[in-house]
Design a protein around this ligand. Structure first.
Ligand code: PNS
Length: 167
């Protein structure tokens, strides 16, 4: 009998996916068999891209590994998503020390809710240490170049989205 695949969850808002996220997923694949990119279906945050658009942009980045990278949306608690997807590992990236408080709070809360769940932190690569989806949205909306921060497909999607009148 074979072992079950080691599956990590990489949760976030991904509005949109950045080169920093992509790098973290690829590094996670060096350690785990599968990664589920879990996109939060947020009702309180106003996002630029719809959940379906975000999922489709994510899937477009990993067409080379369809059996190992899965993109799914979730709502509610991350621990419930982890339980129903039979994973006990959450991956989060740390860019700077300023990320720490928020990340530690989430990791401890999640541990409190689900004792078996471990949050593993990966330090963002230096060149992506300042990259966030929100900075990408802001720079793109003001007409700045985001070529180094996102893939060509995401850059195109940003251009189209920001050209269209916002709903
Ligand atoms: O990309 P983000 O916005 O930093 O991701 C945050 C995310 C989606 C990981 C976090 O908000 C989350 O897990 N939300 C689901 C609700 C939840 O489980 N809350 C309890 C833990 S604080």
């Amino acid at each position: 009998m074979g072992r079950s695949p080691a599956r990590a969850i990489f949760p976030g808002t991904f509005d949109p996916i950045t080169r920093g996220h992509i790098d973290l997923v690829r590094r996670t694949l060096q350690i785990f068999d599968e990664v589920i990119i879990a996109v939060l279906q947020n009702s309180d945050k106003t996002s630029l891209f719809t959940v379906d658009e975000r999922l489709s942009l994510i899937r477009g980045e990993f067409v080379d590994a369809p059996a190992r990278v899965h993109a799914q949306s979730f709502s509610g608690l991350l621990v419930d998503f982890a339980r129903s997807n039979k994973s006990t590992v959450v991956i989060r990236g740390l860019r700077a020390i300023s990320d720490y408080d928020y990340e530690a709070q989430m990791a401890l809360m999640n541990k409190n809710l689900y004792e078996d769940l471990e949050t593993l932190f990966m330090i963002a690569r230096e060149e992506y240490s300042y990259v966030s989806s929100s900075i990408v949205r802001q720079v793109a909306s003001l007409g700045g170049a985001v070529t180094k921060l996102v893939s060509p497909a995401v850059e195109r999607a940003l251009r189209e989205k920001l050209r269209a009148p916002q709903a």
